[in-house]
Design a protein around this ligand. Structure first.
Ligand SMILES: [Zn+2]
Length: 166
């Protein structure tokens, strides 16, 4: 099989629940890629995304910052779950070099990520037995992915394809 052809067939998945299948010409080997929700991954696992904390609004309108959060922290609106506190990156880091529009865009990316969550990608290499069933031979996966957009899915696939020894 040509790698390009495989990537073409499998690389067009992006959201949890998406899947794609590629079967070789002889009909004896197939690859199934699936995108999953990654419930275990959190923004707080990755220093590069800053830190979030649940937002608690008090009746008197006093909304204290979470412990350890500084004056740099922002309240981000997240559609379904209301607000979260977000502390951007360490002081003096690249965040401070962003202009207002860039900071707003980055804050929006984080808000979107809080809402949609992280994803995982699995690749299952299956072979067909004499009775015509597909049996899983090897599975590789990658988790804690913030976005599969912008060609990243293909990069992941290249790695996963190497792992299931296609
Ligand atoms: Zn069988």
């Amino acid at each position: 099989m040509s790698p390009d052809e495989t990537l073409q067939a499998l690389g067009d998945v992006e959201h949890p629940g998406d899947s794609a299948t590629w079967t070789n010409e002889a009909g004896t080997v197939r690859l199934v890629v699936e995108v999953h929700h990654d419930e275990d991954a959190s923004i707080n696992d990755y220093e590069s995304d800053g830190r979030i904390s649940h937002y608690v609004s008090h009746r008197d309108g006093h909304d204290p910052r979470p412990e350890g959060f500084t004056g740099r922290a922002r309240k981000l609106e997240v559609d379904r779950s209301g607000f979260v506190w977000w502390e951007p990156y360490a002081e003096g880091g690249w965040w401070d070099g962003l202009n207002v529009a860039q900071q707003r865009a980055e804050a929006q990316r984080i808000a979107d990520l809080v809402q949609s969550g992280f994803v995982g990608v699995s690749l299952d290499r299956q072979t067909k037995c004499d009775q015509g069933h597909w049996h899983s031979e090897d599975v590789a996966s990658l988790w804690g992915i913030d976005s599969l957009a912008g060609g990243y899915m293909r990069e992941i696939l290249v790695d996963l394809l190497a792992e299931v020894s296609v």
